[in-house]
Design a protein around this ligand. Structure first.
Ligand SMILES: Nc1ncnc2c1ncn2[C@@H]1O[C@H](COP(=O)(O)OP(=O)(O)OP(=O)(O)O)[C@@H](O)[C@H]1O
Length: 253
């Protein structure tokens, strides 16, 4: 087991935002988190990353309660890319990616060859090598998004948590980001709105509605005409793609 959540509840005032959510994600698995706007995906991801404390229930990493793990130890293994991640400082792209190495460095250790290798590899995987010395402010929205992924990869995480990382990306970079994440030897939990991308790349899907889990299983089991109508309020037909064999959602017009 890599990440596990048991009966998580999180509220704002009297409003329950995450309502009794339990899940288990195995090492190396890619879990897609789906749900309409406001269904609680971001809130759940923040609980799973240890950024928020649940009102009740618990998150465990390899069996250990995340509340009992030092922040630095969590940062050495869990990387989170938030939906509206911003970096305002006037620094170079490579410096943003280098931030990912911080949890791995002690007060006394200098910058090592291993740090350099991790940063260079992360830049290459996100197709940003040519932009490494550009100023952060000069990047487009999609390039910034990829640089945030590069920073997360440089962190060499065991668990990667991504909140709608394909926003702002052109179709080539959407597909290459999802392919990259699916091929990484890490456990990943990824909030997505594109159902076909989720079906193509994720091992399992968890669907939220009004804070609750309403479906959790393989893309084939989860993406049904009934669920799409009941949860997403769309009429659609689901077939199997002749090209990649995964479910393919055709929306009715
Ligand atoms: N800090 C906050 N203060 C008040 N309400 C909040 C806060 N954070 C989240 N919410 C509410 O909690 C609910 C779930 O929000 P959340 O961002 O987790 O949903 P989401 O599924 O990620 O949505 P989206 O798909 O639009 O990104 C929403 O109704 C939102 O308004």
């Amino acid at each position: 087991m890599s990440i596990r959540a048991d009966n998580l509840v999180w509220k704002i005032g009297s409003k329950t935002i995450v309502n009794d959510v339990s899940l288990i994600v195995s090492p190396g698995e890619m879990l897609g988190l789906l749900g309409p706007n406001g269904s609680g995906k971001t809130s759940l991801l923040r609980l799973l990353a240890g950024l928020k404390r649940p009102l009740s229930g618990q998150v465990t990493l390899d069996g250990q309660n995340i509340d009992k793990i030092r922040r630095r130890t969590i940062a050495q293994r869990v990387a989170l890319i938030e939906q509206h991640a911003t970096t305002n400082a006037n620094i170079k792209v490579v410096d943003v990616v280098k931030l990912g190495r911080f949890p791995h460095r002690s007060m006394f250790s200098g910058w090592t060859g291993e740090d350099d290798a991790a940063v260079n590899d992360a830049l290459a995987r996100t197709e940003l090598t040519a932009k490494r010395n550009d100023s952060w402010q000069s990047l487009s929205g999609g390039e910034k998004q990829r640089a945030h992924l590069a920073r997360a990869l440089a962190q060499s995480p065991k668990e990667l948590i991504l909140d709608e990382p394909t926003n702002h990306l052109d179709v080539h970079h959407q597909v290459s980001l999802l392919r990259l994440v699916s091929e990484l030897p890490v456990t990943s939990i990824i909030a997505l709105h594109d159902l076909n991308h989720a079906a193509m790349f994720c091992d399992r899907l968890l669907v939220m509605q009004a804070g609750k889990v309403v479906a959790f299983g393989t893309p084939e089991d989860v993406l049904t005409r009934e669920l799409l109508r009941d949860v997403f309020c769309v009429d659609a037909h689901v077939t199997r793609s002749p090209y990649h064999g995964k479910p393919l959602v055709h929306f009715e017009r």
